[in-house]
Design a protein around this ligand. Structure first.
Ligand code: PEP
Ligand code: MN
Length: 341
């Protein structure tokens, strides 16, 4: 449930309520909006609690959260969550672009790509050192060696790094190198991993599972938020449907749905959503038009020889072209594309 403070409440009354909540074993999450201040009550609430809280000085009303997901809901926090990673702000007025190869392959490949995507205007560098693979015979990533190459790319370009962590035992290791931990689609319901990335306190991007409903996705987000980690991004990366022409079906409508029901930033991944490089630009533009807070795009120096996801990877040239195409679309929906650091 959440507490809506009366319009003229004092700071003392707000503090009084937070103290009372803590005495009762709850914690309060304060959101100061333009119009009203709202306190989200975190903990195992019960219906009678509403009466107790409603009589406290400064309280206007107490409203139960009707959705099964609580901390991620707009009811709980009306204003948008903004996640800061170095100089990059995600979830604000500016559109953020993350780009890089699917997998880290060589030092040369990583550095060349990082320089190229930065020159084209990307804000964050992506690359997988631990790769989830449908087949165990595919390339599964360079592990820590790959993380070191990502750190070199950050050193060289100044771009923060997003990279995937697949198991709770690697969270500590990946956190030493990464700026954002990515939880992949196949791990969206790996609840032990969700707890662990929640406890890490690191910024996290949670990808939508390929067969997950929006509600299931947000319930997974709750695992991370309920560990006290609010630096959370969601990522739409396509869902599995009967259509086989594309790798997945990009659920563009989930972008405005998330915007409506949640305060969390929403990033779109047209690379995994389509699986074909020539569909990446049109779906990236569709996602921007639909209100996405950012994009994550696979880019490779030589897609034909990529060890992973070459078919959906953009060349440097195509990525540069896409960055130019995004500008007027973002503008049309009241957004600016963030300048590269
Ligand atoms: C990736 O980002 O390279 C990846 C494996 O994505 P997903 O988890 O969405 O399949
Ligand atoms: Mn990939």
């Amino acid at each position: 449930m959440f507490i809506v403070m009366s319009r003229g409440h004092t700071e003392g009354e707000l503090k009084g309520i937070l103290d009372r909540l803590s005495e009762m074993g709850f914690s309060g999450h304060v959101s100061k909006g333009v119009e009203r201040t709202v306190i989200g009550v975190v903990g195992r609430t019960y219906p009678e609690l509403r009466d107790t809280l409603e009589f406290l000085p400064g309280v206007d009303e107490v409203v139960p959260i009707t959705k099964p997901y609580k901390l991620s809901s707009r009811e709980f926090q009306p204003q948008d969550t903004v996640v800061r990673v170095g100089d990059v702000t995600i979830g604000g007025a500016e559109l953020v672009v993350m780009a890089g190869p699917c997998a880290v392959e060589t030092e040369r490949q990583v550095l060349d790509t990082a320089r190229a995507v930065k020159a084209a205007g990307a804000n964050i560098f992506r690359g997988g050192a631990f790769k989830p693979s449908t087949s165990p015979y595919q390339f599964r990533g360079l592990g820590e060696e790959g993380l070191k190459m990502l750190a070199m790319a950050r050193e060289e370009t100044g771009l923060p790094i997003i990279t995937e962590v697949m198991t709770p035992r690697d969270v500590e290791l990946v956190s030493r190198y990464a700026d954002i931990l990515q939880v992949g689609a196949r791990n969206m319901q790996n609840f032990v991993l969700l707890d662990e990335v929640g406890m890490s306190g690191m910024p996290v991007m949670l990808k939508r599972g390929m067969s997950a409903t929006i509600q299931e996705w947000l319930l997974s987000a709750e695992y991370i938020l309920s560990q006290g980690n609010h630096k959370l991004l969601l990522c739409e990366r396509g869902i599995r449907t009967f259509e086989t022409y594309t790798r997945n079906t990009m659920d563009v409508s989930s972008i405005p749905v998330i915007e409506k029901v949640s305060h969390l930033p929403i990033i779109a991944d047209p690379s995994h959503a389509t699986g074909k490089w020539y569909l990446v630009a049109p779906m990236a533009l569709a996602a921007v038009a639909a209100g996405a807070d950012g994009l994550i795009i696979e880019v490779h120096p030589s897609p034909d020889t990529a060890l992973k996801d070459g078919v959906q990877s953009l060349t440097f040239e195509n990525f540069k072209r896409l960055m130019a195409q995004i500008v007027p679309v973002a503008q049309a929906v009241g957004r600016r594309v963030m300048a590269s650091v």
